[in-house]
Write a new protein. Structure first.
Length: 396
């Protein structure tokens, strides 16, 4: 019988022991390797996409605005039709594309003297598109009368006239205007109606504070453009703020009844757009609303900024104003949020929103033009208006 010597037994044990240690070391090394890979992936996902999409945010300025303005001007040459499933909403978007284009181009004219003549010419084209029969048909159908042919009447047409007049008043700020007579007539019609009642209806039985704010801001801007003291408009703005701002959050309630009682929640899409409109008439009111948007609605996910449609603890559905809601985040509110963030110097929030729109908007720069492909003509016009607001302050 073979008997292994102690030396050989020890040797055998010596040979087996290192194999167990090596296995443990290999397992530990493998675990460390996987942890390193996992950490690298986490760091990549957390920082690289956000860095890549936001690398141009700090450089948003006159050149990028000019490139976007050129694209918006070209979009006006070939108006597109919308197919939302609602003739009214199709009309709103057609009108909104021209109206936002007019505001954005007017801001470019104020901010860039070298481009002023071109931008004013393009702004006049946008105003013509906004006042055209196809662009006002949705409002005429809702009220059973044409909003411009019935300025001596008593029906409100708050959104169409208010939004159009904001562009008309901004045009007056830029000097002699081919639409000066229309600007006078619309302003007087809105002023007369506001003297009779506190709230103007967008459509029969529908009152939205953001639309009323557009009308109020247009009157204040008109007075300022003609070097008149906008005292009456400022009183109306103070009354609007008292009734429209949610006491708990400072956000703008989306809808009210004829007495001013809220019938919808305070929401992001109306609040962010209200901050933009208010900036034409009352910068402190605009700052107050924008601060509420930043505090109660703005969030970041992996460095990408988004604006919620409803504040924490409030639930609701998306609609034509908010756009589709993705986990509660609103496309419209996020887009409108650019203006306040940039106007009031919130660089972190502006960069976060810019990353998101770079990721989902698919920006494309070709032949000296900049466009956001997924947003189309309406998205281009809105972003031009929002991104250039800080470059062209109108009232002190």
């Amino acid at each position: 019988m073979f008997v292994e010597s102690p030396r050989r037994v020890r040797g055998a044990r010596d040979r087996r022991a290192p194999s167990v240690v090596d296995s443990g070391m290999r397992s530990a090394s493998s675990l460390v390797g996987w942890l390193v890979v996992l950490a690298a992936v986490v760091l990549y996902v957390r920082f690289v996409p956000a860095w890549w999409c936001g690398r141009d945010a700090a450089g948003v300025g006159s050149e990028s605005s000019a490139a976007l303005a050129r694209r918006v001007a070209r979009d006006l040459e070939r108006p597109r039709s919308f197919h939302t499933g609602s003739a009214r909403f199709d009309g709103e978007w057609t009108f909104g594309t021209a109206q936002m284009a007019a505001l954005g181009l007017g801001q470019v004219a104020l901010a860039a003297p070298a481009r002023r003549a071109w931008a004013v010419l393009q702004m006049d084209r946008a105003i013509e598109a906004a006042r055209s029969e196809p662009a006002r048909a949705f409002d005429a159908e809702a009220w059973s009368e044409d909003p411009l042919a019935s300025l001596d009447g008593d029906k409100d047409h708050a959104a169409y006239l208010g939004y159009l007049n904001l562009a008309l008043s901004l045009r007056r700020r830029l000097g002699p205007s081919p639409t000066a007579g229309l600007s006078d007539a619309v302003t007087e019609a809105l002023r007369r109606r506001l003297r009779r009642r506190a709230w103007l209806e967008t459509y029969p039985g529908e009152i939205y504070p953001v639309d009323n704010l557009a009308a109020l801001a247009s009157i204040a801007l008109y007075d300022a453009a003609l070097q008149r003291e906008p005292a009456e408009a400022r009183r109306w703005l103070a009354r609007w703020a008292e009734a429209s701002l949610d006491p708990a959050t400072g956000l703008v309630v989306q809808a009210v009844d004829a007495t001013g009682r809220p019938v919808d929640a305070a929401r992001g899409s109306g609040s962010a757009l209200s901050a933009y409109f208010a900036s034409f008439a009352d910068l402190e009111l605009a700052r107050r609303i924008d601060r509420a948007v930043g505090e109660h609605l703005y969030r970041e996910v992996l460095g990408f900024g988004v604006v919620r449609e409803y504040p924490a603890g409030v639930s609701g559905r998306g609609d034509i104003d908010s756009g589709p809601l993705v986990f509660g985040f609103s496309i419209s509110a996020s887009g409108f949020g650019f203006a306040g963030a940039r106007l009031f110097g919130d660089s972190r929030r502006f960069a976060g929103l810019y990353r998101t729109y770079h990721l989902f908007g698919a920006p494309r720069a070709t032949h000296g033009e900049l466009s956001f492909v997924s947003g189309g003509a309406l998205g281009n016009a809105i972003l031009l208006a929002m991104l250039t607001r800080a470059d062209a302050p109108v009232l002190p």
